[in-house]
Design a protein around this ligand. Sequence first.
Ligand SMILES: NC(=O)C1=CN([C@@H]2O[C@H](COP(=O)(O)OP(=O)(O)OC[C@H]3O[C@@H](n4cnc5c(N)ncnc54)[C@H](O)[C@@H]3O)[C@@H](O)[C@H]2O)C=CC1
Ligand SMILES: O=P(O)(O)OC[C@H]1O[C@](O)(CO)[C@@H](O)[C@@H]1O
Length: 392
Amino acid sequence: MKALIFGGGKIARGFIGHLLHLSGATIVFVDVNAALIEAMRRRGKYRVHIMGAAHKSIDISGFRGYELSDVQAIAGEWAEADMAFTAVGGKNLSALGQVLAAAFCKRCDLAPWVRPFNIVTCENWKEPACLLAEAIRSRLPSEYEGLFDRWVGVTEAVVMRSAVEPTEDMLADDPLCVNVQDFWDLPVDRDRWKGGLPAIEGVRFIEQFAGFLERKFYTYNAANGTVSYLGYLRKHRYICEAASDPEIMEVLDCVYEETSRALALKHNVQLQEQLRFADSSKKKLQDSNIIDYVERNARDPIRKLGPHDRLVGSARLVQASGAAPEGLAVAIAAALFYDEPTDSGAIELKALRESAGIDAILRDVCSIAEDDPLALLIKNKVEWLRTKRWIQ
Ligand SMILES: NC(=O)C1=CN([C@@H]2O[C@H](COP(=O)(O)OP(=O)(O)OC[C@H]3O[C@@H](n4cnc5c(N)ncnc54)[C@H](O)[C@@H]3O)[C@@H](O)[C@H]2O)C=CC1
Ligand SMILES: O=P(O)(O)OC[C@H]1O[C@](O)(CO)[C@@H](O)[C@@H]1O
């Protein structure tokens, strides 16, 4: 078995590469970051540290690496590969699609198709498989479209292992190592997969997958958004500390309650089952074996305040179910005040807030109009945060 992994970051190395290595696959990483690829080639191995279960940690070696600009090499590897995964960040899928379209044409010219090829997105994003498939297909010359439709499946996975930057000491020893959660399951949408199913450690093909990614995103990520933005205001460094702060837990429980009702309704899942799912998210956030940082989870607030992302997207879902997203509105209000000076997105957000005001952020970043009930609710929660002195 041979697999391409687009992205060489934390999830690519610390989860997808790990599972594929355990399955005996030949692994080819492709990343836009030339320095990262150079380091991967030079060092030839990296360590995956399993947090809280050091005896399961492992060295991964025997992989190859290419820069994304090397379309010819990607096409050559593709011609011999069985599947590909992406872990590049949802906002980069469209740019990746452009390269994959060019590589696909070259790959078609290199060798005839004899079996289907699947690309699995591993991204916290709204409908990433559709997005990537369209980003590739829309750039294909018409004579290649039929081949793409016939031979390539684009499907998606739900990534629930956390992969975290190691400490500076660990990086000094191995700059490519990754700290990961002791979690091994990778659910993949079976219905979008073309052809026979491979046996890959941890990969679980699920039928009627629709909705699972949304449930995960608006449960796990809505919760870690809530915990991290409130955690920042409450000056917590670690996620597990913030998630165990009684004042934050009150808001967190409210978020779980409102998102669970809306998700159960939308996806026709028993409320009790969805609440159990929410509970597993809470346990993960509070797990002190997982050394994860408020800063990492709050990072890139402009993306995370986007209209379909974890906070506003889930608030919209709650509104659509006929309820008011009280807890999520607190989390969004807190995110508007994520003023971390080391985060370029946070600096931009603060400058926008100070120059144009909250209404402008809600309109331009979150796509929430000034007279939308959600805007009014969020602004009420901003005042509430002020009365609690969590913001000035
Ligand atoms: N780190 C985590 O705990 C989790 C991450 N995820 C998702 O996994 C995805 C990857 O996240 P991380 O690995 O944490 O990020 P990361 O920042 O560690 O890695 C992303 C990598 O993608 C590369 N990249 C960007 N654009 C590219 C392109 N067009 N082609 C090839 N490579 C490109 C970057 O250079 C970087 O090396 C994201 O969608 C994230 O939401 C999901 C669950 C958990
Ligand atoms: O970069 P993003 O989108 O915050 O995704 C990473 C997050 O997803 C999670 O796995 C939550 O499910 C977190 O551990 C992690 O912070």
